[in-house]
Ligand binder design. Structure first.
Ligand SMILES: *Cc1c(COP(=O)(O)O)cnc(C)c1O
Length: 383
């Protein structure tokens, strides 16, 4: 898609608004027009557009914006994060191949790996700890890629992206990262040497709890491999949702900047509170991976978790502003109990193994006035 702007010239906050401007002339005004058509002419064009080919005008405008934000060459926009992730796995892995995954992954991704790859005769290693040594030990001649997620859910552990990228480069395999928790505002893995970036756009990119979408961003070569498989699987996002997602991204930098500020203030408040046992936020010096986060993140993000000393369910019920709902990354603050939601399936023993106590709560910090959120938490902590 021809863009009227050079994304390299501007800062991220500006590119959130203007990268991928279609520039169709005076009739359209200042926003990109919505092209709902599913039928396009085939004469006098190199390739004709079709939604499932991932090449309609609204898809391409969004792709330009995403590539500018993550410094990629090409991207594909899907109807969910899992569609983006699993279409990519199917494109990059053949029967007999092997892949290395971080064990501590988003539950849906972890489940998709263990439920689907075996019967496709694809082998994999799930690593509890990602270090150069553990990666070297897991790597085989048939290994095709390494896949990580940082910061992790729900303890916000950070993995050194440069170590993973260098390992992959030296072994001649691809490095993949789910960058959903950080968002492109706080972390740009392609700049740090990774090959492929995913986002569940259902979270921060959409940001208003009303869009389901997913993206993969990479080099033109890698996207060229994923595209034909994605076309066969048919998980494309429709034009209306592309238009809505493009609109959401306009405020991404403003939203995430406020979320970073609110989360830092809340993490500090909770750390000092007698009713709270532990706080996990990469922006706190006490966080085990604070140094790694400080090296690779531009902001520490809007996600944090903490352990209350009292009954966690009673505490959640006492909150007035912060809603107990699944999902994350929205403008409204939300809270969830990993014990009852994301990590219910692995059971008490499984949770203990990965350091998730029954007292742990995960907070997705929104853009409300920070002091109102602190007051809400403070009130609910009074038993
Ligand atoms: C939600 C989420 C996904 C999956 O995205 P969907 O849009 O629900 O398919 C993948 N990774 C992370 C980190 C997520 O939070």
């Amino acid at each position: 898609m021809e863009s009227s702007l050079d994304g390299n010239k501007y800062r991220l906050a500006t590119n959130c608004l203007h990268a991928g401007q279609i520039n169709p002339g005076v009739a359209a005004g200042v926003i990109n027009p919505l092209y709902p058509s599913t039928a396009f002419p085939y004469l006098e064009v190199d390739k004709f557009a079709y939604p499932r080919y991932f090449n309609t005008p609204n898809q391409e405008a969004l792709v330009t914006r995403l590539c500018t934000l993550e410094q990629g060459e090409d991207a594909l926009v899907f109807s969910s994060g899992m569609a983006a992730i699993f279409s990519t796995f199917l494109a990059l892995l053949d029967p007999g191949d092997h892949a290395i995954f971080q064990n501590d992954l988003y539950g849906g991704t972890h489940h998709a790996i263990t439920a689907e790859l075996d019967r496709l005769k694809i082998t994999y290693t799930l690593l509890d700890e990602i270090t150069r040594e553990s990666l070297d030990r897991a790597c085989r001649p048939e290994t095709r890629f390494v896949y990580i997620e940082t910061p992790s859910n729900p303890l916000l552990n950070c993995i050194p992206i440069d170590v993973v990228a260098e390992f992959a480069r030296e072994k001649g395999i691809l490095s993949l990262i789910d960058n959903t928790f950080a968002s492109p505002v706080n972390q740009n893995p392609l700049v740090l040497g990774m090959d492929v970036v995913f986002h569940s756009a259902t979270k921060y990119l959409g940001g208003h709890s009303d869009i389901s979408a997913g993206v993969v961003i990479s080099s033109a070569g890698v996207i060229g491999k994923i595209r034909p498989v994605a076309v066969n699987l048919g998980g494309n996002l429709n034009s209306q949702m592309c238009h809505l997602l493009e609109r959401s991204i306009k405020t991404l930098e403003v939203r995430v900047t406020r979320q970073n500020e609110n989360a830092q203030a809340i993490a500090e408040f909770l750390s000092a509170h007698a009713g709270v046992a532990n706080v996990f936020y990469p922006g706190l010096r006490s966080h085990p991976t604070h140094e790694i986060a400080a090296r690779q993140m531009k902001g520490f993000g809007g996600m944090l978790s903490f352990e209350v000393k009292g009954d966690p369910d009673a505490f959640v019920r006492r909150l007035r502003l912060i809603a107990p709902v699944m999902s994350l990354g929205a403008v409204e603050s939300t809270i969830s109990s990993p014990r009852l939601t994301s990590h219910a399936k692995i059971g008490p023993e499984g949770r203990k193994k990965v350091g998730i106590s029954d007292q742990l709560l995960r907070l997705s910090v929104g853009i409300e006035a920070g002091n109102d959120l602190i007051d809400d938490l403070g009130e609910a902590l009074k038993e």
